[in-house]
Design a protein around this ligand. Structure first.
Ligand SMILES: Nc1ncnc2c1ncn2[C@@H]1O[C@H](COP(=O)(O)OP(=O)(O)O)[C@@H](O)[C@H]1O
Ligand SMILES: Nc1ccn([C@@H]2O[C@H](COP(=O)(O)OP(=O)(O)O)[C@@H](O)[C@H]2O)c(=O)n1
Ligand SMILES: [Mg+2]
Length: 238
């Protein structure tokens, strides 16, 4: 029934949606419209980029895994990429270890080169970048080097005491999951991460998600954001 309605209205929809001038809608059209024709080659499309932000322990990684499995996104975690680099025989290993231990931000050039490589080898053109950008310097460098802005920003809002409780229970053997480093990370979050959230909020790109409750309750809030995008995709691909 709905498909029939959508079918009838779709001859007009692409131009109408374009006329909305909504950057997310326009990007969805560009990313997904080749489903209905054009070259149809995934690698020639520009990826649809979602930044996933929130304080340490707010649940970014947990929710990204669910988004990736349900909505077919590639999940790139900046922190994971840095930890892998730190544990490999890389020339930057020692520097990364010291910065992470101090809860500070690794120089953008290093993080962005890892992200760029991961984007290039991702098997989906829908990308979640978890835990990046974490400072205005990160953000500006990404936009300059990669040459794009995110299409969407998800921000997990969580009280500090809940974040601390979750990190202390994480048990992944991380060098930064101790009370001394957590305090520093929370300060960096307020001082350096939040200006990035504010920047993208002023551009209307941020979906703020209340990150308290069970994993499933939070995912239900997240699901609604991505379901509306998927709905648009389906709408555009008729
Ligand atoms: N809603 C939740 N309630 C309780 N614990 C959670 C919830 N979401 C995630 N966790 C747990 O909290 C810890 C931090 O979550 P994680 O996804 O790693 O957060 P982040 O990537 O933002 O640091 C993990 O041990 C995770 O299993
Ligand atoms: N963009 C980024 C992301 C992480 N990092 C470093 O990596 C650490 C761990 O990041 P993470 O995203 O895995 O941490 P969580 O927020 O998931 O707990 C941060 O505290 C920073 O020291 C960084 O320097 N720059
Ligand atoms: Mg994480």
């Amino acid at each position: 029934m709905w498909r029939r309605f959508a079918h009838l209205s779709l001859s007009i929809s692409r131009t109408k949606l374009q006329s909305l001038q909504d950057p997310t809608v326009l990007k969805l059209i560009n990313t997904f419209s080749s489903d209905a024709g054009n070259d149809g080659v995934a690698s020639s499309r520009k990826p649809f980029i979602t930044f996933v932000l929130g304080g340490p322990g707010s649940g970014k990684g947990t929710q990204c895994e669910k988004i990736a499995s349900i909505f077919g996104f590639a999940h790139l975690s900046a922190g994971e990429l840095l930890r892998e680099e730190m544990s490999s025989p890389s020339e930057n290993g020692e520097l990364i270890r010291n910065v992470i231990k101090e809860g500070k931000i690794v120089p953008s050039a290093i993080t962005i080169s890892l992200i760029k490589r991961a984007i290039n080898s991702a098997t989906s053109d829908k990308i979640l970048i978890d835990g990046f950008p974490r400072s205005e310097e990160n953000r500006i460098a990404f936009e300059k080097i990669i040459g794009v802005e995110p299409d969407l920003v998800i921000f997990f809002e969580c009280p500090e005491e809940e974040m601390v409780k979750r990190i202390l229970g994480r048990n992944q053997g991380r060098i930064d999951d101790n009370m001394e480093t957590i305090r520093k990370r929370l300060k960096v979050f307020e001082d350096l991460n939040m200006p990035v959230v504010e920047h993208y909020s002023s551009k209307g790109k941020v979906h703020k998600i209340t990150a308290t409750g069970t994993v499933d309750e939070i995912f239900e809030r997240v699901r609604q954001v991505f379901a509306s995008l998927r709905y648009l995709k389906a709408f555009l691909s008729f």
